[in-house]
Design a protein around this ligand. Structure first.
Ligand SMILES: [Zn+2]
Ligand SMILES: [Zn+2]
Length: 262
């Protein structure tokens, strides 16, 4: 099954509502997705400002986020047989790229803080029974905020994360690919157009525990997913329930990438 474990919604800086994200992936036959909206640091100016501007989840918005994720997971299963996993992207944003780090937690049950050292955050994620992922750890090649902190501590943190993003969006990271670190490929989707990107391919039961277990045990592959359908979607418009339901067919082409056996 095709899966994507890094997706944003209007609860942080994504342009699609959670229902619109569910329909976007469900209509394309995906087996699993994780919604991973940003949580910023509570003590830094950048983190506080992001929360204030609605670009990050806060303790105040988090209960509604979890509630909607729960009801949308039910709808996604009923309509599409697609698993929706609740997640967050704990975001440490500094003026320096070398002090910035984004960490994804999958399978969360309560609010998680982005404060403190990344090693403690990673440990905390696992203590909560969630899966920890080092997000876009190397140069994304785009004109955007870069997050190098985790990569620069990769030898020390190698065991701290269940997976490191080997691709983000349409970028494959050779440094991660050629490393012995556990891997995962995700889109970091903010707008529908970003559906064309690397995804993770799993061969397991469509059940949250089986899916998270496949990540931890690295029973996965990567695939480049090309989506021509959403060229027609006005992705800058916040979509509500069912608004992405369109008639007609769409073409998707795949390019497979198999991990070299370590
Ligand atoms: Zn990020
Ligand atoms: Zn992200």
């Amino acid at each position: 099954m095709l899966a994507d474990f890094h997706v944003h919604s209007t609860f942080s800086d994504g342009k699609l509502t959670i229902p619109a994200v569910v329909d976007l992936y469900g209509q394309r036959g995906f087996g699993a997705i994780a919604i991973t909206d940003h949580v910023g640091e509570s003590r830094t100016v950048i983190g506080k400002a992001a929360g204030h501007l609605g670009l990050c989840l806060t303790k105040a918005t988090f209960p509604l986020y979890l509630e909607i994720l729960k009801s949308e997971a039910e709808r996604a299963w009923r309509l599409y047989r697609m698993v929706v996993i609740p997640g967050v992207e704990l975001s440490k944003n500094s003026i320096s790229n070398y002090r910035s780090a984004h960490i994804i937690a999958l399978g969360i049950k309560k609010f998680m803080s982005a404060d403190g050292d990344v090693a403690d955050i990673a440990r905390n994620i696992r203590n909560e029974g969630a899966v920890s992922i080092a997000a876009h750890p190397v140069d994304s090649g785009k004109f955007e905020k870069q997050t190098y902190h985790l990569w620069n501590r990769r030898f020390e943190l190698a065991q701290a994360f269940d997976a490191w993003e080997v691709a983000s969006g349409d970028r494959l990271f050779p440094e991660v690919l050629n490393s012995s670190l556990p891997k995962i490929a995700s889109s970091d989707l903010h707008i529908a157009r970003q559906m064309t990107s690397w995804k993770t391919l799993l061969d397991c039961e469509r059940h949250p525990e089986a899916i998270l277990d496949s990540i931890k045990k690295q029973k996965l592959n990567f695939r480049f997913y090309r989506d021509s359908k959403n060229d027609n979607i006005h992705s800058d418009i916040h979509s509500g329930y069912g608004s992405l339901v369109e008639s007609g067919s769409y073409r998707s082409s795949f390019g497979d990438y198999r991990q070299p056996v370590a």
